[in-house]
Design a protein around this ligand. Structure first.
Ligand code: SF4
Length: 376
């Protein structure tokens, strides 16, 4: 059901025509979606895929989308960096962002001539709402001459105030690159305090951060991992760097969603658990049938606002168009483009690859309380 109460997929029947258009897609998800449920999804999937052709649209599907979206209507799939790059590259006239609002803004920033739609305007992010452009201006006053690196999980307004963006897959490399370019030994890395702590543990650069957090990843605890290990001997634990450092200390490998996905593909562990948003395991499992996934489930309520029905509604009505003020977009584009242009962004940051407890270099880390004097 979409926010205005209209559910376009509700009455679509599963006809022989729908079956002919979608049957080739079912093997992609059959291990996760029972046949009866598939027959509810298939008419919406067929309608979306028809409309994409008719309107010259593509769907960018984040790794946290549910499998019927990720595998059956997503044209490009991956993490926020990969999706931002695809948004810039695609020739399609319309981009539908199957992800959250800051991702759609990033697509619009990189592709101002394209129409960018988000199926639900309320699909936000606890990190993106934790900081504003005005906060960054205050940080720059407090720390003059220190470069500002902004995680892509931020609004256009925040990106516009910063020197370069990063993702969890390239944060360490971006921090080392910008500080070397500026000839300084400190960096402001905002807004995720946990990503910043985890980056600080991988570099000698002093990191100043903000007290933002991902509401999904900060819920994981070291006890969760110890319990999973106790119940599943031999399980390999992969964790996202938005998790607190004591969680990463317990993991065998820490990396971005792409990093985790590549780890599973390359190493084919017998049993694995991904300490991240729920749907990620489903999507990685689709491509790795011989791996057994243990699935602790922390859902992102913002990502889960995006459904097949809302995607169809979005394409039918061209709602909700994401608009970014051009003056802000121009400045934000520079910060995103600087990241994309770096050859190092093709690499991956990994965190405590060996599971070593050496995670947080406390003495090289200053955390700013957003409720301190900065907010006057
Ligand atoms: S999983 Fe966390 S970082 Fe990602 S959109 Fe949800 S709240 Fe934001």
């Amino acid at each position: 059901m979409v926010a205005d109460g209209f559910n376009p997929g509700f009455s679509l029947p599963y006809t022989p025509e729908v079956k002919a258009k979608t049957e080739h897609l079912y093997p992609l998800v059959e291990r996760l979606i029972p046949r009866l449920e598939w027959e509810l999804h298939a008419p919406i999937i067929a309608a979306i895929n028809d409309l994409k052709k008719e309107k010259d649209a593509v769907i960018l599907a984040h790794n946290y989308m549910t499998p019927e979206i990720f595998a059956c209507v997503g044209d490009y799939r991956g993490d926020s960096l990969m999706l931002a790059q695809e948004a810039a590259r695609t020739d399609a006239r319309i981009i539908v962002q199957a992800g959250v609002h800051f991702m759609a803004e990033t697509s619009k920033i990189l592709s101002p001539e394209k129409t960018v739609l988000i199926p639900d305007m309320e699909a936000g992010c606890s990190l993106a709402t934790s900081i504003t452009g005005a906060d960054i201006r205050l940080l720059k006053e407090k720390y003059p001459g220190i470069p500002v690196v902004t995680y892509v999980n931020t609004t256009a307004d925040v990106k516009a105030e910063t020197d370069i963006c990063c993702t969890s897959s390239n944060a360490v490399q971006v921090v080392e690159h910008i500080t070397s370019q500026w000839g300084v030994d400190k960096v402001i890395l905002i807004p995720d305090q946990y990503l910043a702590k985890n980056v600080a543990a991988q570099t000698d650069i002093k990191v100043i951060t903000w007290a933002g957090a991902c509401e999904v990843h900060e819920r994981f605890t070291p006890e969760d991992i110890r319990e999973i290990r106790a119940g599943n001997p031999g399980v390999i634990v992969l964790a996202h760097p938005e998790c607190p450092p004591d969680v990463l200390e317990e993991a065998d490998f820490a990396g971005s969603t792409s990093g985790m996905s590549n780890y599973v593909k390359d190493n084919q562990p017998k049993h694995v658990v991904l300490i991240t948003e729920c749907s990620m395991s489903d999507n990685v499992a689709l491509e790795n049938p011989d791996v057994n996934f243990i699935r602790p489930c922390n859902l992102c309520p913002h990502m889960k606002r995006i459904t097949l029905a809302k995607i169809l509604h979005s394409l039918q009505t061209m709602r909700h168009e994401v608009i970014v003020d051009e003056a802000i977009a121009e400045k934000a584009r520079l910060a995103v483009q600087r990241m994309i242009d770096l050859p190092l962004t093709k690499g991956q940051s990994t965190y405590n690859q060996t599971g070593s407890p050496e995670v947080l270099a406390v003495e090289s880390f200053a955390q700013i309380d957003p409720r301190s004097s900065l907010h006057g």
